[in-house]
Write a protein that binds this ligand. Structure first.
Ligand SMILES: [Zn+2]
Length: 169
């Protein structure tokens, strides 16, 4: 894998980068959690646990993302590594459904007293109804191999919410 073209190297670098970014995020989250969970310990073992947890999870996440990204970027037809790139995307609206949910309203806490006075928000609990429209899209992602021009498509389903309204009763 030493003789990668400029494009292959760039694709490899972008997969590497997203692995690093997500690996760091996962590491930070787990490290922070470890630090918090080990709250009864002394500072040094606490920090050591956080660092080990962060390092282990961060590295595992990086490996996982880089591995699956590399696999997806390898052409299944000609086997060239880092040659398959997303080349197109089309969406088709499958359904639009109105949705709603009713929640108990949290009594408004006057955290900011000046604001509470200005808006004169009722402090009594009530019901809050949220209404929105949920659109379901069928997304077709087309990928093309830079080496043999083999085109593959994959289908995804995406849901998006819009026109969110909150009604307080
Ligand atoms: Zn190919």
């Amino acid at each position: 894998m030493s003789d990668l073209s400029v494009e292959q190297a760039a694709l490899r670098a972008s997969i590497h980068k997203s692995g690093l970014i997500w690996g760091s995020i996962a590491g930070l989250v787990v490290g922070g959690l470890g630090y918090w969970l080990a709250g009864s310990l002394d500072m040094l073992p606490r920090a050591a646990i956080a660092v080990i947890a962060a390092g282990g999870v961060g590295f595992a996440s990086y490996r996982g993302i880089f591995g699956s990204g590399s696999k997806q970027a390898q052409c299944e037809k000609c086997g060239t590594p880092f040659s398959v790139r997303e080349s197109g995307r089309s969406e088709r609206l499958v359904s639009s459904e109105p949705r709603s949910k009713v929640e108990e309203a949290v009594p408004a806490e006057a955290v900011d007293k000046t604001k509470a006075k200005l808006s004169a928000a009722p402090a009594k609990p009530g019901k809050v109804m949220t209404k929105w429209i949920e659109d379901t899209y069928e997304v077709t992602v087309t990928s093309t191999c830079a080496h043999c021009q083999n085109v593959t498509t994959r289908l995804l389903t995406e849901t998006r919410e819009r026109d969110k309204q909150t009604i307080t009763k």
